[in-house]
Design a protein around this ligand. Structure first.
Ligand code: ADP
Ligand code: MG
Length: 412
């Protein structure tokens, strides 16, 4: 490592994650290692295409090496008992009681998945389970999808549903996880995170087309994205900035987009991105509200940037996507207004230290930024960002490297 650079937060190996949850399970529910399977699911980072998923747009996530692990033992009643290494205590609930608004706190992400699978007609029963994770919490790297998707593949497996066996089934599991997050956890997020965690493959990014009604095969395409082979690295900077009102801001952006689409007589803003290049200007002229105009401009130009990034990556030119990442950040900061001081600082410091491009990633108002760097520069760029945060009197950021990794599945 470069002198002064903090080591990037390592991912646990599958064996390490499995050992941790097995040990926690034994401490929580008693030693029954043979009956306890282990499943895991990755967090994700989005390369480009932010706030586009709920606009039927395009996005390009990669699954992280960092995963959430679940040890689970099925029950033959509807009781659920849960513990997490990241949360205090043991939580208990009955699946028959789960409905929107009934589950407080983190168990909503778990109970919601079981609830959504049952709503879809699958014979899911109760379980005893524990969770541990090396996905940073609330950092915009989707620890929420990681916990949902780890439980989705676990419940699929123990109920013998077979949905995780092919990509179409995984799309069904992802839809259940989205319902869990939207309706039981009460977070109005789009579908990118769950699709990434269930459907990404190692060495690839996942091009997601979020138009409703597409077949699973048309909605998700693996894009070879072997950063190491290209001599590149994707540095993730978790700013550890915590901001209030995040959920309200997200819902507000979503509503503005939906209202703008309705005002334009469109089913969703994606329709504008598929039209000829002049259509955006015509639409912007029709919108009277300046805020709505800027929100629409972000969404439509961002969908275009996803297309340009994929074209470059497909042509073996991943090292040329930096300016598109920079443009994405500017659009999110100025037009969509979801950046913050810490994210702007991370991006600027990374670029000043030689990153090829950098942008905030995830919903915004804190969370993480990404910087595309030459692999040999990763430590230097990381150290420069850490130094810039120290100079600004901010909490030290956490660093990790995004290695495009495989999807949720059985681990042990
Ligand atoms: P992000 O998905 O960006 O990490 P979210 O706010 O969407 O942030 O999700 C974080 C929430 O998900 C946590 O507050 C908690 O309720 C739940 N969660 C995620 N991982 C775990 C875990 N390992 N154990 C318990 N709850 C978890
Ligand atoms: Mg989340």
């Amino acid at each position: 490592m470069h002198v002064g650079a903090p080591a990037p937060r390592p991912a646990w190996t599958p064996a390490e994650g499995a050992a941790r949850v097995r040990s926690l399970f034994a401490r929580t529910f008693g030693p029954t290692p043979e009956e306890v399977g282990v499943w895991s699911a990755p967090g994700r980072v989005n390369v480009v295409g932010e706030h586009t998923d709920y606009n039927a747009g395009l996005c390009l996530p990669v699954a992280l090496e960092h995963r959430t692990f679940v040890a689970l033992r099925p029950r033959d009643d509807d009781r659920v008992r849960l513990a997490s290494a990241q949360e205090p205590g043991v939580r208990e609930l009955d699946l028959a009681d789960v409905a929107p608004g009934t589950v407080d706190g983190w168990p909503a992400y778990v109970a919601g998945v079981a609830w959504a699978l049952r709503e879809a007609g699958h014979p899911v029963r109760g379980f005893d389970a524990v969770v541990d994770s090396c996905v940073p919490y609330g950092a915009g790297l989707s620890s929420s999808a990681a916990i949902e998707c780890a439980f989705a593949v676990a419940l699929d497996d123990v109920a013998g549903l077979g949905l995780a066996d092919d990509d179409a089934g995984r799309a069904t599991l992802a839809a259940a996880c989205v319902r869990a997050e939207n309706e039981i956890a009460g977070a109005p997020t789009g579908g990118m995170d769950q699709s990434a965690s269930l459907r990404c493959t190692a060495g690839h990014a996942l091009l997601l087309d979020c138009r409703p009604g597409l077949s699973p095969a048309d909605a998700a395409t693996g894009v070879p994205f072997d950063l190491a082979a290209a001599g590149l690295a994707l540095l993730v900077i978790d700013t550890r900035a915590e901001h209030q009102l995040v959920d309200g801001q997200y819902a507000d952006r979503r509503r503005t987009c939906e209202e703008a689409a309705a005002a334009l007589g469109l089913p969703h803003l994606r329709a504008l991105a598929d039209d000829d290049p002049g259509a955006l200007d015509v639409a912007l002229d029709k919108l009277t509200d300046d805020v709505a105009r800027r929100r629409v401009r972000h969404v439509v130009t961002e969908i275009g940037r996803v297309r340009e990034v994929v074209a470059l990556v497909d042509a073996g030119l991943a090292h040329e996507i930096g300016p598109l990442l920079d443009a994405s950040h500017a659009s999110l900061r100025d037009d969509y207004e979801v950046s913050c001081r810490e994210l702007d600082l991370a991006v600027e410091a990374a670029r000043d230290a030689g990153a090829l491009g950098a942008r905030m990633t995830g919903g915004g108002f804190g969370g993480s930024a990404i910087a595309l760097v030459r692999a040999a520069d990763a430590s230097r760029v990381g150290a420069a960002v850490v130094a810039a945060f120290a100079a600004a009197g901010l909490t030290a950021p956490d660093l990790l490297l995004a290695t495009p990794s495989g999807p949720a599945g059985r681990t042990a």
